[in-house]
Design a protein around this ligand. Sequence first.
Ligand code: PXG
Length: 293
Amino acid sequence: MSSELLVWLNGELVSKSQAKVSVFDHGFLYGDGVFEGIRAYNGKVFMLDEHIDRLYDSAKSIWLNIPMTKEEMKAAILQTLKVNGLRDAYIRVVVSRGEGDLGLDPRKCLKPNVVIITDKIELFPNELYERGIEMVTVSVRRNSPQALNPNIKSLNYLNNILAKIEAINAGKPEGLMLTLDGYVAEGTGENIFIVKRHELFTPPAYMGILKGITRKVVMDLSREIGYLVHEVVLTLHDVYTADECFITGTAAEIVPVVKVDGRVIGNGVPGSVTKALIQKFREYTQKFGVPID
Ligand code: PXG
């Protein structure tokens, strides 16, 4: 095993310092490309098929042809984890339009660049999960699906980054993004749920959000435990008056939210439903996934 991290770049494993693409790549010039963030837990890749399916769906939607099959992509991910000796990891798959000229025309980009980065996972501090976080509604609205569908996990994340900066400037770790109509959409890189009378509510995917894979797992686990789950339009009033609130994402997993725009949610501490789901989710991630070897 090499001491320097190896990156999968267009079919070759190259050391981190050698893993480079052209400044003429349209991923760099225009954010023209797609990506996925995936986790490995305990020697197994969590929800691998679901992430690969979403990657290929994002690519299809933007007319980007990934130059390898899904099976080849999965094998490449497993190989990259293996050579780096990683059992608990964060995996970033990036497919960009490739090198072109300075114009927008993607037809000039003949070969997409495919990159798989695997690295140690930087866990969020434990106290975040024990105490919960505060969120603030940001003024930047989530991209309209009519302009750029948030279901596409594209390299163009400026919408979310601007929202994140606003939250940070307000001194809060995470921002709550609304749709153009002012309905609750999602966090900057997480989906949102509220709990009311032991039932779960989350905005439907057609509202213009990323259809999160953690969101789907949480909905399934909730139903398994016996909670009803509803995908419904939510207002800020619904959030402020919820018993519990939490956000979900591959990196964050399930993070309790205890204050939104200054309103204390429920008792101001992570609620029993949220805590039960965090516990159940952790067990699930340790058990299920595609083995690395
Ligand atoms: N909404 C948005 C806008 C996202 O980008 C999620 C929801 C959650 O989806 P999953 O499938 O992960 O449950 C995301 C996740 C990170 C990071 O490292 C996460 C995301 C994008 C970029 C970075 O925290 N996406």
